[in-house]
Design a protein around this ligand. Structure first.
Ligand code: AQP
Length: 330
């Protein structure tokens, strides 16, 4: 069976962009692939985190994976820092990655421009940790949103370089980026992607938002000039709202346009709030349904199953590089 690996960071509040671009597809693909879904808390610490909040968000994200339809009987769900092989392989891969490759990453350039001299080394080397995450599991396919495309190309380059220099070791993974929903934009600024770290909380609908908050955020959502409600690249705000509607209501674009023909923006926003609330209500109930003991059991079993595979890959990598311990004979 082919494998998929993906993850999300337990930073901030996971939003419908993360869901529509990634988690939704994980749940759909898990029946066709052997699936690994990781809560990537080592990525989260590339920016300062309050330790108690990080610990709480890590478990909350595990509950949201489960609530999004990821079945622990089918898929492996685990916490990245529980499997130290991720950090060890990341160090090894750092040593075959060029600084210039990392400096070219758009996400690093954006963050470095904002943080200047204070930008952390972890922000620069984060794509190498992501490569380690993926390559440890001999992954075939990585379902992600559009913002991760460049990082995945780097993962492929790193895998190919290692295989060329040390012999065939890693499977070279392909990205799986959905045709619709791979880049949900901010409700406040449709030129920016919806993001957990956005300072403007009104830009994102989070998976744990209550009914009033969802209505308020959609009501305040920026729209384009004009009145027509149709998909149109030159009108990014309305197209973004329609894309969210299309995916949550599970409709085709033509159906959505026909449904809103002759209606105004207020109707679109109100109906969008309705479908979002209907989608979130059962999801939030499912998230609350896992008690701590059950969550521990799921995460512990995930750690054990993931680590067995990660360890085997890492052992092979170390042997190929001559990283031998005390028992090795010359
Ligand atoms: N706006 C988005 N539309 C569609 N997909 C998205 N993803 C992120 N934003 C959107 C996808 O969600 C998955 C998990 O994301 P992540 O936790 O790795 O963080 P990120 O990609 O850096 O996204 P955020 O929400 O903007 O988080 P912060 O602000 O913490 O950096 C990934 O597959 C991602 O592509």
């Amino acid at each position: 069976m082919k494998r998929i690996f993906s993850g999300a960071q337990p930073t901030g509040n996971i939003h419908i962009g993360n869901y529509l671009g990634a988690l939704r597809n994980w749940a759909a693909l898990q029946h066709e692939y052997e699936s690994f879904f990781c809560i990537v808390n080592l990525h989260a610490i590339t920016i300062p985190q309050d330790p108690q909040v990080l610990a709480r968000k890590t478990r909350e994200l595990a509950r949201l994976y489960l609530a999004s339809g990821i079945d622990p009987q089918v898929s492996i769900i685990f916490i990245q820092s529980d499997v130290p092989e991720h950090a060890e392989l990341a160090w090894i891969l750092n040593c075959i990655t060029r600084k210039s490759e990392l400096e070219r990453m758009t996400q690093f350039k954006d963050k470095a421009a904002k943080q200047r001299e204070s930008v952390g080394t972890g922000v620069l080397t984060y794509p190498v940790l992501m490569a380690a995450d993926i390559l440890l599991y001999q992954t075939d396919l990585v379902p992600v949103g559009h913002d991760q495309k460049q990082h995945l190309e780097l993962t492929r380059d790193i895998a190919e370089r290692f295989n060329r220099d040390y012999g065939q070791t890693f499977r070279v993974p392909d990205p799986y980026i959905p045709k619709v929903g791979a880049r949900i934009q901010s409700l406040s600024d449709p030129a920016k992607k919806m993001s957990k770290s956005d300072e403007d909380a009104n830009g994102a609908i989070t998976l744990l938002d209550d009914t009033d908050t969802v209505r308020r955020k959609f009501k305040r959502a920026v729209t384009d000039s004009g009145t027509e409600i149709r998909f149109d690249e030159t009108r990014p705000a309305i197209t973004n709202l329609l894309t969210i509607y299309q995916l949550l209501a599970d409709k085709q674009p033509a159906e959505v346009e026909a449904h809103f023909a002759g209606k105004g923006y207020a109707a679109l926003k109100s109906e969008l709030a309705d479908v979002t609330i209907e989608f979130l209500r059962p999801l939030q109930a499912r998230a609350r349904g896992y008690d701590d003991a059950e969550l521990d059991r799921i995460l512990d079993s995930g750690r054990e199953r993931a680590q067995a595979i990660a360890r085997a890959t890492l052992e092979e990598v170390k042997a190929r590089m001559g990283l031998v311990g005390v028992q090795a004979k010359a």
